[in-house]
Design a protein around this ligand. Structure first.
Ligand code: HEC
Length: 105
């Protein structure tokens, strides 16, 4: 009896994880602006790290930095910034204009 309950709880948990994963798959990706302000913008433009907008930074530079990090810049996993989000973000940074409100190191 007890065993059945535990097994049931385990199955329920597995179901939840599966549902969460499905939810993740259909979730629309965040826009580059959203990722930037949520993940990058509290350092970049805030005197922690260099300003990265308005410098035509190559897509490859941003993609490398985000996945590998460097010194005080942390690396971000694909679960934190998805591959699709990173692709759009890198392009957006390359093309973005400088924001006069931002300040670098
Ligand atoms: C915790 C603070 C922090 C966060 C968050 C952060 N960075 Fe950085 N970033 C830095 C620092 C500090 C450097 C300079 C590294 C060095 O001195 O080697 C840097 C360097 C960079 C560079 C290289 C700039 C250049 O002049 O060559 C790029 C591109 C970059 N970051 C992109 C991003 C992106 C995109 C995000 C968001 C996904 C992000 N960073 C999040 C701190 C941060």
């Amino acid at each position: 009896m007890k065993r059945g309950l535990i097994l049931g709880a385990g199955l329920a948990l597995a179901g939840t994880a599966q549902a969460a994963q499905k939810l993740g798959e259909v979730q629309p990706q965040r826009s580059p602006e959203q990722v930037y302000s949520a993940v990058c913008g509290y350092c970049h433009g805030q005197n922690v790290g260099p300003v990265i907008r308005g410098r035509a930074l190559p897509v490859e530079t941003t993609e490398y930095m985000v996945r590998h990090g460097q010194n005080a810049m942390p690396a971000f996993r694909p679960t934190e910034v998805t591959p699709a989000e990173l692709k759009a973000l890198a392009k957006w940074i390359e093309q973005s204009a400088a924001d006069p409100k931002e300040h670098g190191q």
